[in-house]
Design a protein around this ligand. Structure first.
Ligand code: SF4
Length: 309
């Protein structure tokens, strides 16, 4: 479990912070305290646990590990925003919904009832422009610059003399693999809500007005964390927010994915057997292993991670 945070070259635990004010840290003690807040493992996975590779989550549960304050500071934006998202304009809008389905805990931001009888489920995210551009499939494509007669332009002076002048334009071609986790997450909420509305309304009386209805629309509301910065704009992220439709996946596929991931994690915990390595997609082609995974040292010690040689 997360038990310590690095700040200003020092390691701070919760006990340490309770006893003193975090002297020597390079951030206020309130930020250290917020960085140390982590969901406790109760024996039931949360859907977001299942979106990580099973090895990462297994090692996070079975080991005490630390994070740097720099690595978690950005995730605090999202946590802080939940206070804003948790307000509802009327009785046909439910926010910060917590449910349980197939022994997996879920919490999503909102579900709305429209007068036309449709239910829309929405999740809000605050993401860096890199992640948004990846999700949207925005890429820079370089082609030779042409003059007014259609001839390729060549640098005539300077260090690039003789080289072709290139021009860039953004293309949009989303890769389903880059969208899969968000789509699975929202569809898991949808399938779970539909099961509650059809079969388990007694356990969730707050939804009795919409019992028997089905969630038909999924939306992702994304705020760029670094919007307006030059780097974000160069990636094509030039909007203050994105309110996107998420496609509906087959119910059976969603259930299969959730239960397989749940069982892989629970089996590893029960048998204390190290789960498989995270897939290249889960490990961001090794980038997560090298720079972002908080349990990479334990994973490396197991000796089978070729990204960590
Ligand atoms: S180091 Fe890589 S493979 Fe190992 S748990 Fe972390 S993300 Fe997964």
């Amino acid at each position: 479990m997360l038990d310590a945070v690095w700040s200003g070259g020092r390691l701070f635990t919760k006990e340490h912070l309770i006893k003193n004010t975090g002297k020597g840290a390079n951030v206020p003690p309130t930020i250290l305290w917020a960085a140390l807040q982590d969901r406790e493992w109760t024996g039931k996975p949360h859907i977001t646990d299942l979106l990580k590779g099973p090895r990462q989550k297994y090692l996070e549960i079975t080991n005490d590990y630390s994070v740097t304050v720099d690595s978690v500071i950005k995730s605090l934006y999202g946590k802080a925003m939940h206070g804003i998202f948790d307000s509802s304009p009327n009785d046909d809008c439910w926010t910060e919904v917590e449910i349980d389905y197939l022994d997996v805990l879920m919490r999503f931001d909102a579900i709305y009832y429209h007068n036309n009888g449709e239910l829309t489920l929405c999740d809000n995210k605050i993401l860096g422009s890199y992640a948004i551009a990846k999700y949207l499939g925005l890429k820079k494509e370089y082609t030779p610059a042409l003059d007014e007669y259609g001839n390729q332009q060549i640098y005539k002076t300077g260090q690039k003399k003789g080289q072709t002048v290139m021009t860039s334009r953004l293309t949009r071609d989303p890769d389903p693999a880059d969208q899969y986790d968000f789509h699975l997450q929202l569809n898991a909420y949808r399938v779970a809500m539909n099961d509650i509305l059809a079969n388990r309304i007694g356990l969730y009386p707050q939804f009795k007005n919409i019992a028997g209805m089905e969630v038909s629309h999924l939306k992702l509301f994304i705020i760029p964390r670094d919007g307006n910065l030059r780097e974000a704009i160069s990636r094509g992220i030039d909007e203050p927010f994105y309110y996107l439709d998420v496609p509906v996946m087959a119910d059976e596929l969603v259930r299969e994915e959730i239960t397989t991931r749940r069982d892989t994690l629970l089996h590893a915990l029960e048998t204390e057997e190290m789960p498989r390595l995270c897939t290249p997609r889960e490990a961001w082609d090794g980038n997560k292993c090298v720079s972002y995974c908080p349990v990479s040292n334990v994973c490396k010690a197991h000796g089978d991670n070729t990204y960590l040689t």
